[in-house]
Design a protein around this ligand. Structure first.
Ligand code: BGC
Length: 497
């Protein structure tokens, strides 16, 4: 089915099979979960304002958008060469990679994933770091990697490593940064307030692993760098996956805390924490319930409306509420559906993809994954509509954040030339030259796999930035942005030394 077939879901068409009560409940949900263009515009304005407040905030001031300077002052152009180790920690998988940049926008990557157990996600940080050091050692030994085979700019025997660490870190240099808070279910004691590069380097030394941590980057920064390697001048790096966040290119004169001769620097926005005071976001009782019951209430409320870790849980809260009103499944839930996070976001993807007339795939998911038997067609249409409402809202809010960052680029001088074309009511162009597009590098399972996410985002971008947004803004998948970006950051760091 084409994206346009499902439309933007501004209004959900009531199903004929629904009872009057069901129709009424679904119409209420539709208005709660629909973010109008006007609301999106209001959010965009607040977002840009908060970006600027974060950039100019005094040290220690607690702004919702941390706007972290990354000390990465250049973007790759695809001619870089060399081999680097890359480490990617941001969720339940740890990846160790050897990335060989070949200099003509081409590269090779060898990698292994190691599972970060539930225990490690809560263990003392030294245990987590020892596990990482052991995994790196294991990878180096099994792949027979030594400084001899690694085409490397220095002659040292030590292997250089770039570390993508996808949590909020205040950086003090390209190879130093203090953890502000854990997100995405991690809560290892001993890490918040400490330098994660130092913690990792100590673990490597302790375990006799001859590797030097040359650079620390957030996954959004890694994604921006990686996308720049294939699409020079990429302006935004964004993640729509387990968590969500963005990084972009800012002029250094707009970052008062930095004195650098460089003209531009990448900034990690940490947009998951946008509007932490809940002033603007259209939160529903279902979002508030999720936030209250999470391990970090009051933090990253925006991320909790958008990212893969939470979408299923919002939908589950809505379904339980409907069951409680005896509007769904005859008022009967199952033990599984009653469990937190039992409805995974990937089930929502499959349900949204189900276009069969009686929603048979949805029936199978309900039965096999959630132990809900004997659902009626009307029930399944409700379930699918709930998924559509939650998924569509996530994509539109993602468009809003992306549009806000592009707006910042239109005013900070970096994307100024697009100013007249990117506004509502601009003269419509049919196509633009490749060199005139604004590249947005994106990684993450929600963007890659959630049906209609990209189309819904593009529609939101058009509402916010005018009809030319579709041609000028290129949302491109930067697969493995974290690994490749970490290697590029290590290269930038070692070249600058
Ligand atoms: C983290 C960010 C990260 C994002 C995407 C968020 O929870 O705070 O640092 O970039 O997830 O992985």
């Amino acid at each position: 089915m084409l994206y346009s077939d499902v439309s933007s879901l501004h209004s959900i068409v009531p199903q004929t099979k629904w009872s009057a009560l069901q129709k009424e409940a679904m119409s209420t949900l539709t208005s709660q979960f629909t973010v109008s263009t006007t609301k999106l515009q209001q959010l965009t304005e607040a977002f840009v304002q908060h970006m600027n407040e974060g950039l100019t905030a005094q040290k220690g001031a607690c702004k919702d958008l941390a706007m972290i300077p990354t000390y990465v002052t250049g973007r790759p152009d695809g001619h870089e060469r060399g081999s680097y180790l890359a480490l990617d920690l941001g969720g339940t998988n740890l990846r160790v990679c050897l990335i060989t940049l070949k200099g003509d926008h081409a590269l090779e990557s060898h990698q292994r994933a190691f599972k970060v157990s539930d225990h490690l996600q809560e263990a003392h940080v030294s245990e987590l770091m020892d596990f990482i050091a052991a995994s790196i050692k294991d990878f180096i030994t099994s792949e027979h990697i030594s400084s001899k085979i690694v085409e490397h700019p220095s002659d040292s025997e030590t292997l250089e490593l770039g570390f993508t660490f996808s949590f909020p870190v205040t950086q003090t240099a390209i190879d130093a940064g203090v953890l502000l808070r854990w997100t995405k279910g991690f809560c290892c004691p001993g890490a918040v307030g400490n330098d994660v590069v130092q913690l990792l380097q100590e673990a490597l030394n302790r375990n006799g692993v001859n590797v030097h941590v040359a650079a620390l980057v957030n996954d959004t920064v890694g994604t921006l760098l990686a996308h720049s390697y294939t699409h020079p001048n990429t302006f935004v790096g964004a993640i729509f996956g387990t968590g969500t966040n963005g990084a972009y290119v800012e002029t250094t004169r707009n970052i008062p805390s930095i004195s650098s001769p460089a003209k531009e620097m990448l900034v990690n926005i940490e947009w998951g924490n946008f509007d932490k005071d809940k002033e603007f976001l259209p939160l529903t009782i279902h979002d508030n319930k999720l936030d209250k019951e999470s391990i970090n209430p009051g933090v990253h409320v925006f991320e909790k409306m958008i990212s893969g870790m939470y979408l299923g849980e919002i939908a589950r809260n809505v379904l339980l509420n409907l069951i409680g009103q005896r509007i769904l499944f005859g008022g009967v839930s199952s033990e599984i559906l009653n469990k937190h996070y039992a409805l995974e976001t990937k089930f929502m993807s499959d349900i949204e993809k189900d276009t069969s007339s009686t929603l048979t795939a949805t029936a199978t998911i309900l039965e096999q994954e959630l132990n809900i038997r004997n659902s009626t067609v009307a029930d399944r249409e409700i379930v699918k509509t709930v998924c559509q409402l939650v998924g569509n809202r996530a994509a539109r809010l993602s468009a809003m954040a992306t549009a806000a960052v592009i707006r910042q680029g239109l005013s900070n001088g970096i994307q100024e030339k697009h100013r007249h074309l990117l506004r509502v009511g601009a003269t419509v162009v049919s196509a633009v030259d490749e060199k005139d597009v604004i590249n947005v590098g994106i990684d993450g399972s929600v963007f890659e796999h959630y049906p209609y996410f990209e189309g819904r985002m593009t529609e939101g971008l058009e509402e916010l930035l005018g009809p030319n947004a579709r041609h000028i803004i290129k949302l491109g998948i930067a697969r493995d942005g974290s690994g490749v970006g970490a290697a590029l950051a290590a290269l930038i760091a070692t070249k600058n030394n």
